[in-house]
Design a protein around this ligand. Sequence first.
Ligand SMILES: [Zn+2]
Length: 291
Amino acid sequence: MPELPEVEALAHHLREHALYRPVARADVASMSVLKTFDPPVSALTGRVVTGAARYGKFLAVEFLDRPGEDLHLVTHLSRAGWLRWHDTAAAAPPKPGRGPLALRLHLDAVGGPGFDLTEAGTQKRLAVYLVRDPREIPGVARLGPDALALSRDEFAELLDGRSERIKTVLTDQSTIAGIGNAYSDEILHTARLSPYATAGRLRPDQVVALHDALHTVLTDAVDRSVGQKAAELKGEKRSGLRVHARTGLPCPVCGDTVREVAFADRSFQYCPGCQTGGKPLADRRLSRLVK
Ligand SMILES: [Zn+2]
């Protein structure tokens, strides 16, 4: 699932390639991704891209070219959604319900440059909103402060008194916006903290290490994602991960075997050597086998 770094890289690409281009046409290939109906998508025709923004893991294309008539095309890419830039596109409207294409924006001219919003796989969760104000979208209105905007003191304040596990707090979008399962694994590994540590009981030096790790991991990932031209790829492609999705492989820091805790629909990874004093965390699947 694209998180802050990938979405930031896509916004970066739009700022470099889409700015000041007028919309020639918007093609909706999958009606189900569209979560709003007023204003209609046809209202985009003739409007000029004035910017791209990121709200947590939401990506927004801004059309602030007419006073009092702001439009924001906002998407939550969810698990398998992506934004792919194209220099040319088929002029014919796409056939609905076929393939991964959900929405196509033609800029300058029909068949010209623009981008596709796509979704791979059968689970359809990609969401697109056309709104006058991003705060009309419940998922955006709920967001806590952006992960990269948090000072050390603000971060310490957020954790203070929290009884949840630190992994839970880091990925809760209403507490901190932008971090998901992958980068929370990486941040906790860099900070050498157990995912199960109680957020409110971290020592001051651990809070400092965690805040530093959050900044380093996310800014490095933004740089890598921008560098590999995210919007020219077919989908999310991550590099440089040290524990996430690396179950069974050696930890690049200490050589211990990366382990995972699995739930019905997701799993997370950590290194016992770096993060839990060498002890494996309880995994319900594993304990059932052992019993
Ligand atoms: Zn390790």
